[in-house]
Design a protein. Structure first.
Length: 95
């Protein structure tokens, strides 16, 4: 029988960090999206998600297809950040 070492306990986070996480989670939602057949999750604030929905209706497509396009053209490894930048640039172009 192979014996494994005991699991180390994670370091407790600071109270300030916990408050920040709760505030972030209160304003964000974890969204499940399908990117070219691959299921993944992104954390987006409701305002960004609402803009993706509006944009998908305007372009007569789905949010998943828009996010797939963003994923293919992103300049960052973080998809949630890439979506936020896409929405920001789209809104700036409307000014």
């Amino acid at each position: 029988m192979i014996r494994r070492p005991p699991r180390s306990t994670p370091k407790p986070s600071s109270a300030a960090s916990d408050v920040y996480k709760r505030q972030f989670m209160a304003n964000s939602n974890k969204r499940t999206v399908n990117i070219d057949g691959h299921i993944t999750s992104v954390f987006l604030e409701n305002e960004f998600w609402e803009e993706i929905i509006k944009l998908s209706k305007k372009e007569n497509t789905t949010p998943d297809r828009i996010i797939s396009k963003i994923d293919k053209n992103k300049n960052t490894s973080n998809l949630s950040s890439a979506i936020r930048l896409y929405v920001l640039n789209h809104l700036k172009d409307q000014l």
